[in-house]
Design a protein around this ligand. Structure first.
Ligand code: AMP
Ligand code: ZN
Length: 114
């Protein structure tokens, strides 16, 4: 999608600190980190919200979690704890309409979130 910030990051048109890339997804550091590690994992495919995920996306969306766990292992907090979250629409605070898993770790995380 031409006017999507995360598609532009995927295509290298806007810079980001890339931490992982493969055939299905891209992971990069959040520009406004909320924890010592705050990485966003996006599918290469433009999907606006969780509501737009289709059955044919099942395996690719599962792959986002595989990538998140890999990042957590690499950062050393896979076993001590971390959070993956995907915000959907206004009440959850979604601001970029290309789905992304927030991977937050490196400090104790409160629950419930705000
Ligand atoms: P959400 O509010 O769930 O849609 O999350 C969007 C996230 O994208 C926020 O945590 C922002 O800090 C982050 N963000 C916005 N612009 C950029 C950017 N250019 N590079 C990296 N992260 C960004
Ligand atoms: Zn996009």
């Amino acid at each position: 999608m031409s006017d999507c910030l995360f598609c532009k990051i995927r295509d290298g048109l806007i810079p980001a600190k890339i931490v992982h890339r493969d055939e299905h997804c891209l992971a990069f550091q959040d520009i406004n980190p909320q924890a010592p590690t705050h990485v966003l994992v996006i599918p290469n495919k433009h999907i606006p919200t969780v509501n737009d995920i289709t059955p044919e996306d099942t395996s690719m969306v599962g792959h986002l979690f595989i990538a998140a766990a890999k990042i957590a292992r690499e950062r050393g907090f896979a076993d001590t704890g971390y959070r993956v979250a995907m915000n959907t629409h206004a009440d959850a605070g979604q601001t970029v309409f290309h789905i992304h898993l927030h991977v937050l770790g490196g400090r104790p995380l409160g629950w419930p979130p705000g």
